[in-house]
Write a protein that binds this ligand. Structure first.
Ligand SMILES: [Zn+2]
Length: 360
């Protein structure tokens, strides 16, 4: 995606480096020499600080500390505050994990078309399913991805028989053995709100990577498993945040639209979108459900997908807890997307309900 300034580009490189460090499975790799991209980013940041007469971080660990100690407004970078809120952090101070915003900044820095990039793995499965006419199995598999961030070995075997049929082999690609970093005192704990992995936070608290759980006050230990239990986590954090995480909002919105009288197809195998909404006598609408921390970066990502790939016929619906928490969310996203086709869940449902009534 295009960025406005060298400072913004540098922030993107830092966010990307912090995500890379977070994903190091082998903790011995968290020593010198660091991954080349991380070391290069530290060098760039140090040089930038010297030019701005600011004190640079002295090491990679120093750069990590900036991530959870320094709100973006205090970095020696000139950034647009409406895109990069001055109070926001790249790393969560309690758990040390990258924030949702950090992942958004990194994704936008690394690719020209964020939505295309994050959906590659699922697109591959969709093409396989479409070739073999496996629409029901594909939908069942998408339901599994939306419902279970974590599978135990036992549940893994249960969902294999939940209608995914010939897509069975993809389960093993999407669910990988959970990393040791999620082991807290010999146990792995799932979030009571979303079923995803919890990280221990300071003060005996817990941290869930899904911001919806914190917004709804649902971050508490739910299921727990011993160290010996085989536990599989879905994808990497990027996949969970951008692809499978919004799946629950897709299910929720689909149910509301069906109640409104529309015919709803979930997760079409061909073409973009999470839902295809059909009303009598009208062209079908394709809906993408999105859940981004930053409305500005979301808007830019939408603009990139429209200009680069010509999918301007999509309707974009934002997960409701985002728009409930920030009355200006939709306006900001629309301004950056340069598109009027961005809706709240209720706004989109009301529009469809009115159209059903008009037709009756
Ligand atoms: Zn959660």
């Amino acid at each position: 995606m295009t960025v406005d300034s060298e400072d913004e580009e540098l922030l993107g490189a830092v966010a990307s480096a912090l995500v890379t460090l977070d994903e190091l499975d082998d903790l011995t790799a968290f020593r010198m020499p660091y991954p080349a991209a991380v070391q290069t980013t530290l060098d760039r940041l140090a040089l930038h600080c010297l030019r701005r007469r600011a004190r640079p971080p002295s090491s990679v660990m120093g750069m990590v500390r900036w991530g959870y100690e320094r709100p973006l407004g205090t970095w020696p970078l000139v950034l647009l505050a409406d895109i990069y809120p001055a109070d926001d952090l790249l790393l969560d101070g309690r758990s040390g994990a990258p924030t949702a915003l950090c992942h958004e900044i990194a994704l936008c820095a690394e690719t020209t078309n964020p939505f295309l990039e994050v959906s590659r793995q699922v697109t591959g499965m969709a093409a396989f399913a479409a070739e073999r006419d496996l629409a029901l199995a594909y939908r069942a598999m998408r339901n599994v991805l939306a419902t279970y961030p974590i599978l135990t070995n036992e549940r893994f075997n249960e969902v294999r028989f939940a209608g995914i049929g010939a897509l069975d082999e993809y389960l093993g690609q999407f669910f990988v053995k959970i990393e040791p970093g999620f082991d807290a005192g010999g146990e792995i704990r799932a979030c009571d709100g979303c079923g995803g992995p919890l990280l221990p936070a300071d003060g005996g608290n817990w941290w869930c990577e899904r911001e919806e759980c914190a917004a709804e006050g649902l971050v508490a230990p739910g299921e727990r498993w011993d160290h010996d239990t085989q536990v599989f986590l879905q994808g990497d954090r990027r996949h969970r945040q951008f692809v499978s995480g919004p799946g629950r909002a897709v299910q929720r919105l689909g149910a509301k639209l069906t109640l409104s009288g529309a015919r709803v197809g979930y997760w079409p195998m061909s073409g973009p979108g999470d839902l295809r909404v059909t009303l009598p006598g009208r062209q079908a609408r394709t809906v993408n459900v999105v859940d981004w921390h930053s409305p500005a970066l979301l808007g830019r990502a939408i603009a990139a997908s429209v200009t680069g790939y010509g999918i301007d016929a999509l309707c974009w619906v934002v997960a409701s807890y985002r728009t409930d928490a920030d009355p200006s969310y939709l306006r900001i996203a629309s301004e950056h997307a340069m598109s009027p086709w961005i809706f709240t869940e209720d706004g989109f449902t009301d529009m469809i309900r009115c159209e059903v009534k008009d037709h009756a």
